[in-house]
Design a protein around this ligand. Sequence first.
Ligand code: KIV
Length: 279
Amino acid sequence: MGVTISDIREMKARKEKIPMITAYDYTSAMIVDAAGIPVILVGDTLGQVVLGYNSTLPVTMDEMIHHTKAVARGTKNALIVGDMPFMSYQASTTEALHNAGRFLQEGGAQAVKLEGGVGMALTVQRMVSSGIPVMGHIGLTPQSVNQLGGYKVQGKSLKAAVRLMEDARALEEAGAFALVLECVPASLARLITERVAIPTIGIGAGKSCDGQVQVFHDMLGLFTDFVPKHAKRYANLGETISSALAKYISEVKDQSFPGKEHSYYIKEEVLAELQAQVR
Ligand code: KIV
């Protein structure tokens, strides 16, 4: 068995920080897993960075399951968390339970993530009591971008900060095993992290969170439509790929590719016989 939710809880207990990264396909999952990342999120950000939608809202359950399966095939050790897409869990608890179950049954994930706090607590409780580990997600919840009026930092006023603290506590009580805090002031994220027993995973929420999550394409410089302030670029693979492609184009044109080492051959006598026959 690979990483479990107990391992993640124990990491918080011994103050070991938790690095989480998104992955959406077999190859990237293999790389992330081999690097020793303990938690892979198959995020609904795949809508933007893989499928080219302009928000996460159009992402469907079938798309999420398709990509989660690919990630599961590439993962040996990491805990896989499947992100529940917009309207897959909001309409009814029954539907939420059914869709969460699909991530484990069909997708090969070990847990799901959903957005929302107090209002989602009952749904989380039902999932947890059905054997489905749930990661909460509060603060900036991108599926509510229309309600929030844009992608904005959350919890800046006293009222909003108190509400976020209540959301965190409600999710903990409902049995969530961890909590994503997105775009939350660092000092508020620290207070939440100190006051809940479950690990907090920050994205734009400062260094006091128990872990951090980054979007694969953002941190590796593969997605340039927009780069959020909280994304740190650890590599510029987009540029590396572009210059490799430029080299490929020029080598095909000047015939330096393919070389002998990339070609297949038949014996000279077979070739001679062939030429005689087709003459
Ligand atoms: O979908 C996603 O990638 C996420 C992370 C940004 C937390 O929800």
